[in-house]
Write a protein that binds this ligand. Sequence first.
Ligand code: AVJ
Length: 301
Amino acid sequence: MIAEISAGLLAPRAATSPKYLYDALGSRLFEAICELPEYYPTRTEAAILAQYGAEIARAVGAGATLIDLGAGNCAKAASLFPLLHPAQYVAVDICYDFLRESLGRLQQRFPHIEMSGLGLDFSSRLELPGTVRADQRLFFYPGSSIGNFAPEQAIAFLRRLRANVCDDGALLIGIDLVKDSATLDAAYDDALGVTAAFNLNLLRHLNQLIGADFDVRQWRHRGFYDAAAQRVEMHLEARTDVEVRWPAGARRFACGERIHTEDSYKYTREGFVGLLGQAGFSAARTWTDPAQWFAVIHARA
Ligand code: AVJ
């Protein structure tokens, strides 16, 4: 991990993986982002799940082995429990501490559902323990988190999901749809500066992970939509000439130079259905909001 982060920081165009945005504080800041008026994905997806929950549950069927990827506070999956009646709930998140707290509360609310938590970086490998039931596996990947992968990586990731389910398996996935730039720019550079704090917190996390000496005050947040690339980019930009040191390296950043911290790809429905097909899934059904800002797709193995 130290080698991966070092290499990213030393690359001509410095970059870090978005997974490092999520330490305990980063996970809480992301929760706060989800409450922002500008950040439409969470509430739009929640509205779709609320409006079409019964239809979705009928498509999925009861008794599933629900595997929640990037479960975080587990709220989205929990909202489906009363309709979906999963036989088993497996919450996976890179930040296990945060997950454990959420899961403890959830188990009290739903004592009859078998639950377990997995602290796992599922973006690099996906090994499910033997305790996860093999039948009727339903991967739940909400929030358009798949947008963090470039399309080619997304296909590879979806293929890995496909390889982890039997023929009765499926995927329920949330996709952020292509829309006007102003809406996207505002969603990733909000007025309160919560997204800025979320992005800048990465530097504190890096200090802790690799022993670097980033000074948060020397950096500013950038978040904007690139329509040609169909993605939002987040960067941290040096406010001044900066020198950063850590045990495995050192680097100078000129004023204005950036560290690329996240991509968030947007899709058309047709574009994403194409990706699913390439990964060996057949797109069964799509649900969307009236403005067509977000889509929930149920794809069968
Ligand atoms: C958690 C990856 C879906 O891309 O919208 C929110 C992360 N970054 N604001 C997204 C994020 C900045 C989010 N995902």
